[in-house]
Write a protein that binds this ligand. Structure first.
Ligand SMILES: CSC[C@@H](O)[C@@H](O)C(=O)COP(=O)(O)O
Ligand SMILES: [Zn+2]
Length: 245
């Protein structure tokens, strides 16, 4: 019987083609490219944060604990979709680079994909963290960031198949409490999605945010719009201006 290492080599060797493509839009090329951008925006510094893409029946996932802006396509893990929520076992990966572990965010990304997402982004943006500190903790499971009558709200969907929010709508993003380990956030994320079925993002107090979209472009632009709104909200708070009119 082959040793664990030999089995891992076999898996990796057999499926390297899954992350080899000349196409810049291929997920194995896009994830490193996006993470370089996100690093420059302060979203994924110090190895925190990350992103994952669903492409057909494959899920592309970054490794854990690496400098996300230096990641290469050969470092990307691949899971067959649909898959188990906690794919700790080696055999669940159809491509697993040696000497690396998959992102601790994997079960959270999978939760977004189960919800129909094509891409999920996790940031440690300081604006997102600050907003979670400004919304009262006492509200518990009802904690929610809300903002209205700001043009950029129109960059966020009203819900699946419901078009985009309008200028006079109120944007609501649920906030869940942080946990000691990233993967333990999964039940909180699931509960928030159940309570807010139209949401495309969940804030994590003192940690950051998970944002997803139907595809990569939507996840990225929605994440950008939210980050803009969080920064604006922090500055408004400093000026004593209300977020909701
Ligand atoms: C700075 S460590 C951050 C991690 O614990 C976690 O919050 C995170 O976002 C990234 O996890 P990772 O397993 O490296 O993909
Ligand atoms: Zn994180």
């Amino acid at each position: 019987m082959a040793s664990t290492e030999e089995q891992a080599v076999a898996v990796t060797t057999n499926n390297d083609h899954l992350v080899q493509s000349e196409d810049p839009e291929h997920p194995a090329n896009l994830i490193p490219e996006l993470c370089r951008k996100f690093y420059n925006w302060g979203w994924v510094t110090g190895t925190g944060g990350g992103t994952s893409i669903r492409h057909g029946d494959h899920i592309f996932i970054a490794p854990s604990g690496v400098q996300k802006e230096l990641m290469k396509s050969e470092n990307i893990f691949v899971l067959q979709w649909p898959t188990k929520k906690y794919p700790a076992e080696e055999r669940n990966y159809i491509r697993r680079p040696l000497k690396l572990n998959p992102s601790a965010c994997t079960p959270l990304f999978l939760t977004a994909f189960e919800n129909g997402a094509g891409c999920c982004i996790h940031t440690h943006s300081q604006w997102a963290v600050l907003v979670t500190l400004l919304v009262e903790r006492e509200k518990g499971p009802d904690a929610c960031f809300e903002i209205s009558t700001i043009e950029q709200i129109k960059g966020i969907p009203r819900g699946k198949g419901k078009g985009m929010l309008g200028y006079y709508d109120t944007l609501s993003i649920p906030i869940i409490e942080n946990t000691a380990f990233e993967e333990d956030l999964t039940s909180g994320l699931e509960a928030a999605m159940k309570k807010y079925p139209d949401t495309y993002a969940v804030l994590v107090r003192r940690h950051g945010i998970y944002v997803w979209g139907d595809n990569v472009a939507k996840a990225k632009t929605q994440c950008e719009s939210l980050d803009y709104l969080f920064q604006l909200a922090v500055e408004m708070h400093k000026l004593g201006l209300p977020w909701v009119k």
